[in-house]
Write a new protein. Structure first.
Length: 202
């Protein structure tokens, strides 16, 4: 598996699309990386990066405000022993929530046909998806902060529904877990809305 020599050691640093991990030897990066990535990733990742560089042009005021609050403000929180530290989200978490906002608000993806426009492999067809409702999937590595991204998406949906006229998002949410182990971990974070108060950023 290839790791670009310029890949940063800190999870907080911005990852440029051209230095990202991909499932092959580094010598194949220039010729095959687009084909070796999951079908929708290459185009979406590059477009989200370009959109980020415009300071999120086309997003709603609610989305811009939340992104600013989460990722550009200092968040001082206390540990259980009372000591203070600065909490920061990982770049992977920023990119995940940016991608959802970009697809939903900026390019206005509404169904599987809209998503197929981002296929760079030519291997995806509408017949592969049985449902007609919008489904956005975020794939993140173990330890990269999926649960916190879930809390950010819930928060974004909630405030989008409150403050954006004609918003089709929701203020009620159902979280489904694949097994009791994952369920218990999610309950530890979400019971009593603990995750939203613990980070004090949502």
């Amino acid at each position: 598996m290839a790791i670009h020599p310029g890949f940063p050691s800190s999870p907080y640093e911005t990852l440029q699309p051209e230095i990202r991990w991909f499932p092959a030897d580094e010598t194949l990066r220039e010729t095959s990386s687009e084909k070796l990535l999951p079908p929708l990733v290459h185009k979406i990742r590059n477009q989200v990066k370009a959109w980020r560089d415009t300071h999120c042009q086309g997003a709603t005021d609610t989305s811009k405000t939340l992104l600013q609050w989460w990722f550009n403000y200092e968040h001082i929180v206390s540990k259980e022993d009372g000591t203070l530290f600065e909490f920061k989200y990982y770049f992977a978490q920023l990119e995940a929530i940016e991608t959802v906002i970009y697809l939903y608000e900026v390019v206005k993806v509404k169904d599987k046909y809209d998503l197929i426009r981002f296929d760079s492999s030519g291997a995806v067809s509408a017949g592969m998806f049985y449902e007609d409702w919008l489904r956005l999937v975020i794939k993140m590595a173990t330890g990269s902060g999926k649960t916190k991204v879930m809390s950010l998406i819930v928060t974004w949906c909630y405030f989008h529904k409150l403050y954006e006229r004609d918003s089709k998002l929701a203020t009620n949410f159902l979280i489904i877990a694949p097994n009791t182990i994952v369920l218990n971990r999610l309950r530890a974070d979400f019971d009593g809305r603990r995750i939203f108060f613990k980070d004090r950023t949502s």
